[in-house]
Design a protein around this ligand. Structure first.
Ligand SMILES: NC(=O)C1=CN([C@@H]2O[C@H](COP(=O)(O)OP(=O)(O)OC[C@H]3O[C@@H](n4cnc5c(N)ncnc54)[C@H](O)[C@@H]3O)[C@@H](O)[C@H]2O)C=CC1
Ligand SMILES: O=C(O)C(=O)Cc1ccc(O)cc1
Length: 325
């Protein structure tokens, strides 16, 4: 059994990300204590029933007692309130981290409550699914995925390196980034695309001349992907948009300008515009494949550790389900 970066890890919120981290810690073979809590009694009961943690507590205060690493795994709008609640109960020298999809607003909400001698090191694993709840996690979720850390000035390098070791140990590739830049990058690569998916599924639903069964039966791959994404947790995504307003609105502004230009090209029959645009976008996709960054594509060499042998049945994503909260 290898030595864990932290002897005691506590999770606040026991949904997809926290439950995947619990499974991944176990799969890493670390001898460390895991405690956890969730807001709803139903989630805590499920977590106890499936043995997610060594101990599931009824309060956040109890969960963090004695923990070396506390990971906030709640929607981004709830991070500040949770930090305020746990602050008096944190062990001196502990690290608090989070997994939120937005970094700037989370840092702003959390740091005012940070006690002296406790470090807050924000992190964001770029890995997930449309499922949520304590049953939805799986050990391999972070394999070969990036985890972006956005450390705050003044945090000891050794503590940042320790959290880096934690994420690397559960399969992720770690990169460091400034929080504002993270939020802009994610607005482009994740937040705006999710909003577009939500919109497209809403448009299909509104269109009375196309029936729901036609949409279901004749969905080509693009729309199917949109429906998968649009099935993501509404609370989580409401909070993402409300907490990454500026960057998301900037990207959506640019998106609508380009969309109008494409709309005009279709109306005026400007085939060259369409062809040139689609050629440019195809090159971007090829660049992603060449860099080995599309983990779903069959034809590339992946970055990071080889995980091809590491997937016993219990570690693979569970079938479609969503529960708890
Ligand atoms: N789902 C995804 O694909 C990804 C999510 N994230 C981030 O991870 C965090 C957690 O997301 P998931 O695990 O997917 O969510 P989830 O919905 O599966 O679990 C959320 C947990 O937070 C608890 N919770 C909700 N509101 C709360 C509140 N006000 N106070 C205390 N606890 C509360 C729920 O009881 C539940 O245990 C979010 O901040 C999200 O932005 C990051 C990467 C991917
Ligand atoms: O399921 C998908 O397609 C995702 O995009 C998962 C995801 C959702 C939110 C994040 O902050 C990171 C990853």
């Amino acid at each position: 059994m290898s030595r864990p970066p932290y002897d005691h890890v506590a999770f606040i919120g026991l949904g997809l990300i926290a439950s995947s981290m619990c499974h991944a810690i176990r799969a890493a073979g670390w001898d460390c204590t895991i405690t956890g809590t969730a807001r709803s009694a139903e989630t805590r009961d499920i977590a106890r029933e499936i043995g997610l943690c060594d101990r599931v507590t009824d309060s956040a205060a109890e969960a963090v007692e004695g923990a070396d690493l506390v990971v906030l795994c709640v929607p981004v709008g709830a991070m500040g309130g949770v930090m305020e609640e746990i602050a008096p109960h944190l062990k001196p020298g502990a690290t608090v981290s989070d997994v939120g999809s937005v970094k700037g607003a989370v840092i702003e909400a959390v740091t005012p409550h940070l006690p002296d001698g406790v470090w807050f090191i924000p992190a964001h694993p770029l890995a997930g699914t449309e499922h949520s709840g304590p049953r939805s996690g799986f050990a391999t979720l972070f394999q070969n995925r990036w985890c972006l850390m956005t450390p705050i000035e003044g945090t000891p390098e050794a503590e940042v390196a320790r959290l880096d070791r934690f994420w690397t140990g559960i399969g992720a590739n770690v990169d460091m980034m400034d929080a504002d830049h993270h939020d802009l990058v994610l607005a482009v690569t994740s937040h705006a695309p999710h909003l577009i998916a939500y919109t497209m599924v809403g448009v299909a639903d509104d269109l009375r001349r196309v029936t729901a069964s036609e949409v279901i039966n004749y969905s080509a791959a693009g729309f199917r992907d949109f429906t998968r994404i649009a099935a993501s947790d509404p609370t989580m995504w409401r909070d993402v948009f409300l907490n990454n307003k500026a960057a998301t609105l900037e990207i959506l502004g640019r998106f609508t300008e380009e969309l109008f230009a494409l709309q005009r090209a279709i109306r005026t029959g400007d085939g060259d515009h369409l062809f040139d645009y689609f050629t440019r976008t195809r090159d971007i996709r090829r660049g992603i494949i060449d860099a080995g960054q599309d983990t779903d594509a069959p034809d590339f060499g992946r970055v990071g550790p080889d995980t091809s042998k590491a997937a016993p049945a219990a570690d693979t994503p569970p079938a479609k389900r969503s529960q708890g909260g």
